[in-house]
Each structure stands twice: as structure tokens, then as C-alpha cells.
Design a protein around this ligand. Structure first.
Ligand code: ISE
Length: 334
């Protein structure tokens, strides 16, 4: 039986997810494209052959011809719409973040626990990128020895929206690293410090964070949303026996005119195209089998990212290292 998928949110990411469902998930059908701007939804639905376009998210979630939902709506809608999916008995792939509010993440967790099963996969797609897969495998097979530190660089060409702030570098961009460092190293965070240099212009300056884990390891994260030169995400995992680095991925090198060069991606959508395919395929399997994907991010992961992001914003504002305070992990998410 084909899985009838509704994509809610017809912006950049919604269009990308709708295209993946339509072209790359053989067991799925793009049933509905929904957006408050119905014209935007209709344009994508027509382009991709979806049967329906709509403008009411709650109505779409309740539709009997919708088996699963992908949420690519504005961040503040993610938690309430995820809860609506849980109550409707529909699995949902929720674009990151689950919420920027830890309290809202706890509400999603409470709804899942009341329903007695997981319904929410959070769209931290970096876990599916081959670079982090290989890094985690190297750690787990003992090649690196015990992990000590992980250094992370996350650079965008320019801020995605005009009124982007240093705090948003922490709440919008850094959650990818907050999640993938936890996933690769198998750690939880105890404290975070955050710093910003001063730019000579009015652009948002980078944010550099140092995170301590509950078991004595460290992570450093640089977020630079105005790197200018290219979309450049790298990392190095340092173990007691060795280290593994993630280089910027370039599938080709140009040798011409007495020079050698490789190109950067313009943004995450092309750099992580394969990771999105893997993530969305895993989500479809989750819908078909009810078995949560082994490397997928669940609502607890969404909560952890929200808590450390909120704490990081506090640390940036105060200039003082802040303690990460989380609820105990429910057995339900063990
Ligand atoms: C954006 O929202 C993403 O999720 C991208 O993966 C990230 O690189 C970018 O910095 C964010 O703004």
C-alpha cells in the first residue's frame, strides 16, 4: 500500500521535501501540499502532481487520505502541529527545530507518551550524511580510542533572512551541531559558553561556543552565518588514539588555466541532498513499520537541542558559562 504523504509548508524546504516524496520515495504518494498561501501550495502541487492543495494545516492532518505528514512550516508552528499529528495518529517528520521552546518540546513528549508510541521524527538530517556516519563508525569500532573533543565549523554564505541575530545563529543554525555531536559522541551537555568577535561592518558576527559534556568531554562549535566564500561545514573528532576530520565535500576538482580549484555549495540544500533522501526514506520506513529509525532524531533529541540552544543564548548575553539543566530522560525514550 502506498503511503499518502502531506507536506505542510510550501517554502524552500517544503518544496524540497515534496519533491523528494514525489520523485524519490517509491512507496509514497504526495497526497496534499498545504500552505497558508494556497497559491504557493497549488503551484507546487501542480508541478509535482499532488492530488490536492490546501491552506488549513489542521484540516489536512485530519484528512482520511493522509497517512503521514512532513512539516516544513515556520518554527513556532512545529510543536503544536506535531501534537495535532500525534492526536490524529499520524507519523510526522518535523523540520528542525521541534521547537525553540524546551517547554513546548516537553509537551510533544507528553503527547507521545500519552499515545503510547513515538510519532515524531525531527529533521536533524546531518546524522544521515555520510561524513558523520563514517565518523561515528570510526569511534564505535575503536579506531579513535575514547572521544575527547569534537570541533565543528558551520559557515553559511550569508544569513538566511535579513533580521538574523547572533542569538539566532545559536537557535537556528547551531542545533544541527548540538544534535550531531550528541549523536556521534553519545554525550549529553553540562554547560555552554558563547562568544562573538566584532565585525567591521553591520553583518551578524560569528558565534563561537565551548560545550562541556556530563562525562568530561568538550565540543567547540563555530557558527558563521556571513562567511561569504561558500557553504562550508567541517568537523574533527579527536580521540585518545587518533582523530577523524570531515572535509568540505567537493565531488570534483578543476585543473585549468595554471590553477587548481574546488567549488563550495551555495547552501545546505545541495550539500546535504543525499542526507535528506536518506532521512526521508527512513521516515517512510518508520511510517510503514512503526519502528523508529535507528539513527533518527526523536522528540527527546529535539528537546535536548532546544535546551542547550536556550542556554547558549543566555551564555552569549551574559558572557558567562551557563549550566545546561534538563529533565531526566524518560524511559520511553531510552
Ligand atoms: C538552516 O535553517 C538550516 O537548517 C541549515 O542546515 C543551516 O546550515 C543554516 O545555517 C540554517 O539557517
Amino acid at each position: 500500500m502506498t503511503i499518502r504523504v502531506a507536506v505542510i509548508g510550501a517554502g524552500q524546504m517544503g518544496a524540497d521535501h515534496a519533491s523528494i516524496v514525489s520523485h524519490h520515495l517509491p512507496g509514497a504518494t504526495l497526497s496534499v501540499v498545504c500552505d497558508v498561501n494556497k497559491d504557493s501550495a497549488a503551484a507546487i502541487a501542480e508541478e509535482l502532481g499532488a492530488a490536492n492543495a490546501a491552506d488549513d494545516a489542521l484540516e489536512v492532518i485530519a484528512r482520511p487520505d493522509v497517512d503521514a505528514v512532513i512539516l516544513a512550516t515556520p518554527d513556532f508552528t512545529h510543536a503544536p502541529l506535531s501534537i495535532a499529528c500525534i492526536k490524529a495518529g499520524k507519523k510526522v517528520l518535523c523540520e528542525k527545530p521541534l521547537s525553540q521552546s524546551p517547554a513546548e518540546c516537553l509537551e510533544v513528549m507528553a503527547a507521545e507518551q500519552a499515545a503510547g508510541e513515538k510519532f515524531v521524527q525531527v529533521g536533524f538530517m546531518r546524522r544521515y550524511d555520510q561524513s558523520y556516519v563514517e565518523m561515528k563508525n570510526a569511534l564505535e569500532n575503536g579506531t579513535l580510542g575514547r572521544a575527547l573533543m569534537m570541533h565543528n565549523f558551520h559557515r553559511n554564505v550569508e544569513t538566511p533572512i535579513d533580521d538574523f541575530t547572533g542569538a539566532m545563529a545559536i537557535t537556528n543554525s547551531a542545533p544541527h551541531e548540538f544534535d550531531v555531536v550528541r549523536h556521534v559522541m553519545g554525550v549529553e551537555y553540562a554547560a555552554i559558553a558563547a562568544y562573538q568577535p566584532t565585525r567591521s561592518d553591520s553583518l551578524v558576527a560569528p558565534v563561537v561556543m565551548v560545550l562541556e559534556t556530563t562525562d568530561g568531554r568538550l565540543a567547540t562549535i563555530e557558527i558563521n552565518n556571513n562567511a561569504a566564500y561558500g557553504y562550508d561545514v567541517r568537523a574533527e573528532l579527536v580521540g585518545e588514539l587518533g582523530s577523524m576530520s570531515i572535509n568540505n565535500v567537493a565531488y570534483t576538482r578543476l585543473d585549468a588555466c595554471l590553477s587548481r580549484s574546488t567549488a563550495y555549495d551555495a547552501d545546505w540544500r545541495t550539500r546535504y541532498a543525499q542526507a535528506y533522501l536518506r532521512q526521508n526514506s527512513d521516515f517512510l520506513s518508520f511510517v510503514e513499520t512503526g519502528v523508529f529509525p535507528e539513527i533518527g532524531s526523536d522528540s527527546w533529541d529535539g528537546y535536548c537541542a532546544a535546551v542547550v540552544a536556550q542556554t547558549g543564548v543566555e551564555a552569549l548575553a551574559s558572557g558567562i558559562k551557563a549550566t545546561v539543566q534538563m529533565v531526566d530522560k524518560p524511559e520511553f525514550y531510552a
